[in-house]
Design a protein around this ligand. Structure first.
Ligand SMILES: Cc1ncc(COP(=O)(O)O)c(C=O)c1O
Length: 401
């Protein structure tokens, strides 16, 4: 019999976003007057470039923006995303393969809704971004995490995929550059993973939202370009949030085979109709305009990245690999567990994050949120001074014992 007393099991089972929770907690403590430095947020601290904001202002004054528009996105934006995908990824797609979504997050959700039936298994290399397992679960899928670590620079191997695949495997989730580890797969690694999936008819959702944020020798490669054989089983997720400092505008997209794009459009037509037209006009300016502002921001992130890694590495008990992309460091903090920090002892990285917040007003996201206890994610998308101040507080806390 239906349980009328409670909300749905599906809603109960969804874990709140740990990264948003940390960001909100930090904001709340700040509002109470505490000098909190937050390493939680996955968003650039820069304002959106002026030309993009201006395009939105113009669109807001145009009455055609004040009406519903096609569920799959403004035709001009779908065209522009196809052109941009050729420009940045050398991937030749038609505009009707593109569906504009409310951020990359909704593209992830729709990809899962379109591809998964209840009980389908999804291979998910861990540490993983918090949203993936929830989007899989909301589609009735079953996440099969595959643990990676520093020994492969947090990249998954074909041997690991072989060990995890079953006859229920429908999809693999792939992200490079990676949130939370900053790992960037080489062209050869991408070819291996894509070839493995294509040979078995397994779909890949490849998340390319950090495509323009790579550092040092790392190079971004788009999976369906490196391995065209995966294209008819591949959904690309992308968006303007990270490249153009547009997290609040909520525009992303997915690109897939035509049936997948049509399925996503049908679902979106009932879920949210179209994405806000004014935000779409801003995104159109972003993807058709120059990447100069994005390159400027990348230089700042790179500088902060190097500062963060060297400060983390200077702490006794902390090891940290160089993140090659995105804007996160993912240090191993196991050396700080089980030892006194101002009289308190952290047994887990969850405890450690709480101690850091209480004792030195520093917010980090514990690895537990990403399926990787013992680690933490620290965003370096914050002002240089704040970054140095916040890390300095961690250095001092550990030194004081
Ligand atoms: C890996 C990854 N994919 C997708 C997104 C979604 O970004 P948005 O919904 O802001 O476009 C994020 C945001 O944190 C992300 O880190």
């Amino acid at each position: 019999m239906t349980d009328r007393t409670s909300i749905s099991q599906r809603a109960i089972a969804v874990a709140p976003s740990a990264t948003l929770a940390i960001t909100n907690k930090a904001a709340q403590l700040r509002a109470e007057g505490k000098p909190v430095i937050g390493f939680g947020a996955g968003e650039p601290d820069f304002p959106t470039p002026a030309a993009i904001v201006e395009a939105a202002v113009v669109a807001a004054r145009n009455p055609s923006s004040h009406r519903y528009s096609p569920a799959a996105g403004l035709p001009a934006l779908r065209d522009a995303v196809a052109t941009k995908t050729m420009r940045d990824s050398s991937y030749d797609v038609r505009p009707d393969q593109v569906v504009i979504t409310n951020g990359g997050k909704q593209a992830v959700y729709l990809a899962c809704q379109v591809l998964l039936d209840p009980g389908d298994e999804v291979l998910l290399p861990a540490p993983y971004w918090v949203t993936y397992p929830e989007a899989v679960a909301l589609a009735g899928g079953v996440t099969v995490p595959i643990m990676t670590d520093e020994s492969t620079n947090f990249t998954v191997t074909v041997e690991q995929l072989d060990a995890a695949v079953t006859d229920r495997t429908k999809m693999l989730i792939f992200v490079s550059p990676s949130n939370p580890t900053g790992a960037v797969y080489t062209k050869e690694q991408i070819a291996d993973v894509a070839g493995w999936a294509a040979a078995r008819g397994i779909w890949v959702m490849t998340d390319e939202i950090y495509e323009h944020l790579v550092y040092g020798d790392a190079v971004f490669h788009s999976m369906p370009t490196v391995a065209p054989e995966i294209a008819d089983r591949c959904v690309v997720v992308n968006g303007v949030a990270k490249t153009y400092a547009m997290t609040g505008w909520r525009v992303g997209w997915l690109i897939g085979p035509i049936e997948a794009a049509k399925g996503a459009t049908r679902i979106q037509s009932h879920l949210s109709s179209n994405v806000n037209n004014i935000a779409q006009a801003a995104a159109l300016e972003a993807v058709t305009g120059s990447l100069d502002a994005a390159h400027e921001m990348r230089l700042a992130f790179d500088r902060r990245r190097r500062t963060m890694v060297s400060m983390l590495q200077s702490i006794d008990g902390v090891t940290c690999q160089d993140p090659q992309g995105a804007f996160y460091a993912f240090p191993n903090l196991t050396g700080l567990l089980g030892r006194p920090l101002r009289g308190k002892v952290a047994d887990t990285t969850l405890d450690l994050a709480a101690i850091l917040l209480d004792e030195v007003n520093v917010a980090i996201v514990p690895g537990e949120a990403f399926g990787a206890p013992g680690y933490a994610r620290l965003s370096f998308a914050l002002a240089d001074d704040d970054l140095v101040e916040g890390l300095g507080r961690i250095v001092d806390l550990v030194a004081s014992r």
